[in-house]
Ligand binder design. Sequence first.
Ligand SMILES: Cc1cc2nc3c(=O)[nH]c(=O)nc-3n(C[C@H](O)[C@H](O)[C@H](O)COP(=O)(O)O)c2cc1C
Length: 223
Amino acid sequence: MKKFLLMILSIMTMILFTACGETKTENTDQKSETEKVASSSQATTAEANKQSKILVAFFSHTGENYQVGVIEKGNTHIMADMIVETTKADKFEIKTVKPYPKTYQECTEVAKQELAENARPELSTRIDDISNYDTIFLGYPIWWSDMPPAIYTFLESYDFNGKTIIPFCTSAGTYMTGKEVNIPQIAKGSTIRDGLGVVGKDCQDDPEKVREAVNQWLASLGY
Ligand SMILES: Cc1cc2nc3c(=O)[nH]c(=O)nc-3n(C[C@H](O)[C@H](O)[C@H](O)COP(=O)(O)O)c2cc1C
């Protein structure tokens, strides 16, 4: 009787182990299927990105700048160049007819007033043919927790229908302020993808740190 019970017990144990083993194999199979789907969709995004024609458009201020003294090349300009380098995109600088004051304090005052008045400063540069591009990386410094007025002028100056806009910015903090979510309402018919904000002074003082963050972000977008 004892032998019989022991036999029953060992058969049940075997059945239990076999069942667990099967479940594990099923899970592994399922996981590898999921991984396959994920990597194939990443490959599709990367393939689609390769086909797309990309422009990096940016606005950036030179002169006396927050925390970095007088600079010849703006923080956002430096970040824009990193994106150009990795994506091999064309580059376009958004410039205003009336330049902003070179001194920081004066510049903040002009910007504050323009934003309060919802101003649309006239631009002195123009993209020859926007239909050449389907993806536009759009860069700017944060001004008073907003996008600079020149960015609003830019977004209202072209037909962005069907285009993808990918915002990026530099600021004294390390964030996008949330104003970028309004981009599709201004550039009608466009869609936006996840942007990146970096600390502006790092572009001057620690560019390799910024480059790493930029390349990680670009990789997450399939570039
Ligand atoms: C007019 C003006 C307003 C600014 N407002 C903010 C702000 O609200 N928040 C912030 O974090 N930085 C602010 N800054 C700092 C800039 O966003 C930061 O220095 C940026 O990296 C400058 O980029 P640029 O060199 O490309 O112009 C402001 C700078 C200026 C000139």
